[in-house]
Design a protein around this ligand. Structure first.
Ligand SMILES: Cc1ncc(COP(=O)(O)O)c(C=O)c1O
Length: 381
């Protein structure tokens, strides 16, 4: 920062130059992201509400009303019960941290039982909260072995985690079976549907055989979902639901100088643009619109899976949703070579391969172009 500042045109030029170095979703070359391009109506809503601070809601009753409406729609989609409550958070990491803390306050204990496939945000949550992770085995189909979970429960279990759409494979755990085990043991069950929450309900409508995973499943106590992933909302937008609104109470502290008496979530000052944008895109697309998005992603996934098979890189498992993982001799090297050619993929560390997440920004043309370059980048050195 200069003492006298700098002229606006200089700042704008520098901004454009920095942004030109980023890969936009519109390029179709981002193949490893759980997020995607926000819907234009979400960006429009964002711009309208970008200065709104929901930490002090009497300043922004309009933003507050949209927040409530967004939570209502999302609660209906995820079948939240009448006594439940949803809160906006910054994404899956904050939802998972908060859910583990809610469980800890509710039940006590020192351990979290979670699948090997759990997102690293649970490593953070457990490390920050001084809890021990007890890892349950994952089966060949990428879902957690529920019997193994049951065997790992004990007096120190604070909660169990189930995943509806794993980060690596998009696998959907058998949440009804986990719910039965947890209800019987009196242990809270948190479902991480950060990515899958905006995919599974629509894939089921399209006839995919996938387990139920939402708040109507007996035994599920909390559920996290990220509009900023497949909900097509801008970052950051996450939501955490608790089946029982009273579960949030132990986290709430008095917030005396602002216009809400108590705050139960991490953020103080918080963005009103996220709920407004989330409301706008949900209201605009509706169930049919999201179903269409998922239909397209599944079709492109199928094309990619077949193309990989033909090119000698068969998917590690048939894609449960719109994530494809395939093995290569040296994943880190292949990823680096693909990156040099402008293709951005993620590693799939549990499988030992590379991962493609087919969001709506990944077109059939992009997949065909990617399949052309893959063999030369993936062959052993
Ligand atoms: C299943 C799952 N949970 C949680 C997260 C963390 O979400 P965020 O990065 O938005 O905090 C991710 C991120 O990809 C995820 O895939």
């Amino acid at each position: 920062m200069d003492t006298r500042g700098r002229p606006l045109d200089e700042i704008r030029a520098r901004l454009r130059e920095a942004r030109a170095r980023d890969t936009p979703f519109a390029s179709g070359r981002i193949l490893g992201s759980m997020c995607t391009a926000p819907h234009p109506v979400a960006l429009e809503a964002w711009r309208l509400f970008e200065e709104a601070n929901l930490g002090d809601p009497h300043l922004v009753p309009g933003a507050r009303a949209l927040e409530e409406a967004a939570l209502g729609s999302l609660g209906a989609l995820l079948r939240a019960p009448p006594g439940g409550r949803g809160v906006f958070v910054t994404g899956g990491s904050e939802a998972n941290l908060t859910a583990v803390l809610l469980a800890l306050r509710k039940r006590g204990g020192r351990e979290v039982v979670l699948p090997e496939s759990a997102h690293f945000s649970f490593d953070k949550a457990c490390s920050w909260l001084g809890l021990r992770q007890v890892t349950a085995r994952v089966k060949a189909d990428g879902t957690v072995d529920v019997d193994d979970v049951a065997e790992r429960l004990g007096p120190q279990t604070a909660c169990v985690v189930g995943i509806a759409g794993t980060t690596e494979l998009g696998a959907v755990d058998d949440v009804p079976a986990l719910g039965r085990v947890c209800a019987e043991a009196g242990v809270p069950l948190h479902v991480d549907a950060a990515w899958g929450g905006f995919v599974i309900p629509f894939a089921r409508r399209l006839g995919r055989r996938l387990p139920e995973f939402d708040l109507a499943v007996p035994g599920v106590t909390t559920l996290g979902v990220d509009p900023h992933k497949m909900g097509l909302a801008p970052i950051p937008s996450g939501v955490l639901f608790a089946r029982d609104a009273r579960d949030f109470e132990p986290l709430a502290v008095p917030s005396p100088y602002v216009s809400v008496e108590r705050q139960p979530t991490l953020q103080g000052t918080r963005n009103g643009a996220a709920p407004a944008a989330t409301w706008a895109v949900m209201e605009h697309l509706g169930i049919e619109g999201y179903t269409q998005v998922v239909r397209q992603c599944l079709a492109v996934t199928d094309r990619l899976a077949k193309g990989l098979e033909a090119a000698g890189f068969p998917p590690a498992i048939p894609p449960p949703l719109s994530i494809v993982v395939f093995r290569v001799a040296d994943p880190a090297q292949a990823r680096a070579r693909l990156r040099e050619k402008g293709w951005l993929l993620s590693l799939a560390p549990l499988t030992g391969g590379l991962k493609v997440v087919v969001g709506p920004h990944v077109t059939a043309e992009a997949v065909d172009a990617f399949l052309e370059v893959l063999p030369s980048c993936a062959e052993a050195a």
